[in-house]
Design a protein around this ligand. Structure first.
Ligand code: NAP
Length: 481
């Protein structure tokens, strides 16, 4: 059902806003109230083909646009995001449910990707060397990989889009963005800002669909598409990797996590609790980087658990857009049910609730910030991504034991380690199988640093110079002079 709205909600293809060729629409809900906010166009295969046509028509012109000009446009996009920060943050809170303070943090983080890649666009350097034989010169040049399909999740609707669009545009690629169905409006708002920043028609196209697999798969089958960059669950990542094999497409995969949060006996416990509140509760726990398993040394277990429970229990729950809210709802009913069932499973197996442990009697998908202790190894909550405001605590006694526990997962995105002994912190950092370590910190995300995972948490990196290279191919030229 189409509704009049203040938000852009049609497909954005070739610089034009238009409804789906089927005229079908997808309702978008506010998770704080369960009310429908508006609806967005539901793209068909024909629309997807049009988006790839538009990206293809713009590709050579954008690749030939000077790096300085590409940088200027991205810099302008950064400035426009800051200008409209309050509006974007409110929209994120409405469609995702996260507390406004988290949404404001996301906008600042998201905008930084445009600034960072504006600066990187003019730093695409090749190499020249003399072949070991002395008989030839070796030139290595970087070229845009080609049309990129970008698929993003609902948990950071702005930052996951800019983390892909920024480097794609800096590299000289054109793209089609498919945002998550729960949070399409932020992506369309970013598209509006990119138009204002001067991005030419067809360079960025955005389409929403209720048939993600079919539409993304069709675009990946198009031989003109040479890149897929996906952020989302490991399950869907595996599907896309299988699909990418058909046409051997360049892939970047930012997938799920199961982050351990380790507190040693010599840690500053208050600092660890502060860090835990960020690592667990940023975005209400709906982050791939969220601390998922708390391994606390037995000598500080009581103090840490009690202090964490006090802080978690004091958080103000409420409608995401209310300024006093510290923890908003989960994104949808299935997320709420998953979190509740993980807590119930842990409790049935022997865990104890020391704060929270239930849903909230009001509209919206609310779950109380929860701390569980004595969580047994058999509990599903230690293996699965919680994606909610629940901290399960497990005691440990020594370094080797906690490294084994931390590594006992298919995931390897991030780990948090608290110790005052820097040598131990660095030693543990090397032994833990993850792409990122936060040592005495509760936060790793930084547009200037390479974000990404090992094992089944993903392939490739986003952010930093490394993120730019994900959108470039190396060309080696051998010559004599
Ligand atoms: P998801 O279900 O995997 O969906 C992510 C995106 O993929 C959405 O746009 C979704 O569209 C689309 N999608 C779903 N099925 C697809 C298919 N068969 N083919 C192509 N696209 C498909 O993940 P989510 O629930 O939105 O996000 C949460 C997950 O993202 C968590 O696992 C989290 O850890 C991960 N994440 C990882 C990072 C990282 O950087 N490593 C960052 C943020 C989030 P629809 O919305 O239409 O289903």
């Amino acid at each position: 059902m189409s509704k009049q709205t203040e938000f852009a909600n049609d497909l954005f293809i070739g610089g034009k806003w238009r409804p789906s060729t089927s005229m079908k629409r997808i309702d978008v809900f506010d998770p704080s109230t369960e009310e429908c906010i508006t609806s967005v166009a539901d793209a068909t295969l024909e629309d997807a083909a049009d988006a790839v046509d538009a990206a293809a028509a713009a590709a050579s012109g954008w690749a030939a646009t000077s790096p300085g000009k590409r940088a200027d446009i991205l810099r302008r996009a950064y400035e426009l995001m800051l200008r409209d920060a309050a509006k974007i943050a409110t929209l994120i809170s409405r469609e995702n449910g996260k507390a406004l303070i988290d949404a404001q943090g996301e906008v600042a983080y998201a905008a930084e990707f445009f600034r960072w890649y504006a600066e990187e666009a003019v730093r695409i350097n090749g190499e020249i060397s003399i072949a070991p034989s002395g008989r030839a010169r070796t030139i290595v040049q970087y070229q845009p990989v080609g049309i990129a399909v970008l698929v993003t999740p609902w948990n950071f609707p702005a930052a996951m889009a800019t983390r892909k669009i920024g480097p794609a545009l800096a590299a000289g690629c054109t793209c089609v963005l498919k945002p998550a169905t729960e949070t399409p409006l932020t992506a369309y708002l970013i598209a509006q800002l990119l138009v204002e920043a001067g991005v030419p028609d067809g360079v960025v196209n955005v389409l929403t669909t209720s048939a993600a697999g079919k539409i993304t798969g069709a675009m990946m089958d198009d031989p003109r598409v040479r890149k897929v960059s996906f952020t989302g669950s490991t399950e869907v990542g595996r599907v896309l990797l299988r699909k990418a094999a058909d046409s051997v497409i360049n892939c970047s995969m930012e997938l799920g996590g199961n982050a351990p949060f380790i507190v040693f006996e010599d840690a500053d416990v208050d600092a660890a609790v502060d860090g835990a509140m960020v690592a667990k509760m940023r975005n209400g726990g709906e982050a791939c980087t969220a601390a998922n398993r708390f391994y606390i040394h037995t000598s500080v277990l009581g103090e840490f658990s009690q202090k964490l429970a006090e802080r978690m229990g004091a958080l103000v729950l409420g409608d995401g857009v209310e300024p006093l809210t510290q923890c908003g709802p989960l994104v949808n009913r299935s997320s709420l049910e998953k979190v509740a069932s993980l807590v119930n499973d842990a409790c049935e197996k022997g865990a104890q609730v020391i704060t929270g442990g239930s849903t909230v009697d009001r509209p919206g998908f609310f779950y109380k910030p929860t701390v569980l202790t004595n969580v047994p190894p058999s509990a599903d909550i230690l293996r699965e991504e919680i994606f909610g405001p629940v901290a399960p605590i497990v005691a440990f006694n020594d370094e080797d034991q906690v490294v084994d526990l931390a590594n006992n997962t298919e995931y390897g995105l991030v780990a948090y380690v608290y110790t005052r002994d820097l040598a131990r912190g660095l030693r543990i950092s090397e032994r833990i199988e993850s792409g990122m370590i936060a040592l005495n910190r509760g936060l790793v995300s930084d547009p200037a640093a390479p974000f990404g995972g090992v094992k089944q948490s993903g392939l490739g990196r986003e952010g930093a110079h490394h993120g730019l290279l994900e959108y470039m191919e190396q060309k080696y030229i051998s010559t004599i002079w």
